[in-house]
Design a protein. Structure first.
Length: 205
């Protein structure tokens, strides 16, 4: 009897638990409405337009970059042309500078020889003097044709850019800082100083 009551109680309890269970209804998901063919066409056109604008912007950037590089190369070529012309001119003017600097020593020796025998009374020496002086003058003309010239000194106002003062001394009738004696002539090549003139200047202060 007790067993039957227990079974009935258990069945009743299980029935009540099932009744208490909630029924889970399936969740209904609303689907978004599909785009019509017209809307799809508009979207495609908009995407194509964006692509075209992007391509146009890229093309414009490439064109600007090309222009910038072109102008840069053009400027570089112009600068290179000017540098080449300057180098060519300098080569023509000063390319033989070393050779002419060495030839100045030859001119110095000719000058010393002429000065040493200029006042000799011997006829043979006088003839030698005339010959050496002619060679010296001819040599100077050839050097002048190559752009080599003497620096003006005697009687000029002292200029440290072209003269080197070896001494100063009082000199009547001479202006202050006037070159009154030249120890060694100076030379310049197409305006560029090769050697300053070594001089004595008047100091009447």
């Amino acid at each position: 009897m007790k067993m039957s009551k227990l079974i009935v109680f258990g069945v009743k309890r299980m029935t009540e638990e099932k009744a208490e269970e909630k029924v889970i209804e399936p969740e209904i998901v609303e689907e978004e409405p599909k785009a019509t063919s017209e809307e799809e066409s508009d979207i495609a056109q908009e995407e194509d337009s964006n692509v075209e604008e992007l391509d146009a912007a890229k093309s414009e950037d490439v064109e600007e970059d090309f222009k910038a590089k072109f102008f840069y190369l053009a400027a570089e070529m112009e600068n290179f042309k000017k540098r080449s012309e300057r180098e060519r001119d300098n080569l023509l003017k000063y390319g033989n500078e070393k050779v002419l600097s060495n030839l100045i020593e030859v001119v110095d020796n000719l000058d010393r020889t002429v000065d040493a025998i200029a006042n000799d009374e011997d006829d043979k020496i006088k003839n030698i003097f005339i010959g050496i002086d002619m060679v010296r003058k001819q040599f100077l003309e050839v050097l002048k044709g190559s752009g080599l010239e003497k620096v003006e000194a005697l009687g000029e106002t002292f200029d440290p850019n072209f003269h080197e003062a070896m001494a100063q001394q009082p000199a009547e009738g001479k202006a202050d800082q006037e070159v009154i004696q030249v120890f060694q002539p100076g030379y310049q090549l197409n305006g560029r100083l090769l050697r300053p003139a070594k001089v004595v200047i008047a100091n009447n202060g």
